[in-house]
Write a protein that binds this ligand. Structure first.
Ligand code: BTN
Length: 261
């Protein structure tokens, strides 16, 4: 493992960068920093990962040419509130990548925290946290992987794409800098104003609002109209009989019938 301590890269003073050429997983490293008591703002960036981790225990194949980074935070809130930061990260990525993806290519957000480019998944977000006995958060690690030069041709979930595939700009370092800038701006906004402005911007970019969606639980499926995102981050569906149903992150798969915006 080579740690270049962020050689030469200028991030906002909030961040303390550790840069690697190769690492197991930037999330694992940042979690260790959390356990070691390091202050928030640590950023782990690696050019490749040997054992990148995705959601639901999946692997995140991590060849050189893409972005792999993790940010350590210590927000003063509960674990439930911190889980909502995944929407903030999706927005930060949307804002940052909009500058690198050609303007004619549509981009959208898909509940709970997927970023779609031309209807395909271009980035992954993995939040991991640790809380104390009182449910107070000790640390939160936000891992982000962006398909810049490469994307997996077969996936278990949504089909993937990359910035290269849609004819965008391939400067990983510039993407990383813009992402951290947008992230920091939104994190400060969240500390000051809470989830409301995040929810508003997320809804602005969300795919399929007002359209039918299919939700797949482990043992059954149902459909409804995607109506809203509620203040807790749950998806609000209107069912056939007019009743409202709340869908909670973590327990469902969301299958939009129209991924493009
Ligand atoms: C997903 O399954 O959609 C989430 C993937 C998250 C991948 C990123 S890459 C940087 C960080 N380190 C990891 O091992 N995983 C996250």
């Amino acid at each position: 493992v080579t740690d270049k301590k962020g050689a030469g890269l200028m991030l906002a003073p909030f961040f303390k960068l550790s840069k690697f050429e190769t690492i197991g997983s930037t999330n694992t490293h940042a979690r260790q920093m959390g356990d070691d008591g390091l202050p928030e703002g640590q950023v782990v960036w690696s050019l490749r990962q040997e054992s990148g981790v995705g959601r639901r225990g999946r692997q995140w194949t991590s060849p050189e040419g893409n972005l792999y980074c993790s940010i350590l935070l210590r927000p003063k809130c509960t674990m439930v509130e911190a889980a909502r930061l995944s929407f903030l990260v999706a927005i930060a990525l949307h804002r940052a990548l909009r500058e690198f993806v050609p303007q004619h290519v549509p981009m959208a957000l898909k509940w709970p925290n997927d970023l779609l480019v031309d209807g395909h998944k271009i980035a992954g977000i993995l939040l991991e946290s640790k809380s104390g006995v009182d449910n107070e958060l000790q640390w939160l690690v936000i891992g982000t992987g962006v398909n810049v030069a490469n994307f997996p041709k077969t996936t278990e979930g949504l089909p993937a794409t990359s910035i290269a595939e849609v004819g965008g700009s391939l400067d990983v370092e510039a993407i990383f800098i813009r992402y951290t800038e947008q992230f920091l701006y939104l994190y400060k906004l969240w500390e000051e104003k809470g989830f409301a402005p995040i929810r508003e911007e997320w809804l602005k970019w969300a795919v399929g609002r007002g359209k039918p969606v299919k939700v797949r639980l482990a043992d059954r499926e149902f459909s409804g109209i995607f109506e809203d995102l509620d203040p807790s981050g749950a998806l609000v569906l209107t069912m056939d009989d007019g009743s409202k149903k709340l869908v909670t992150a973590g327990e469902v798969f969301f299958v939009s019938q129209d991924n493009k915006k």
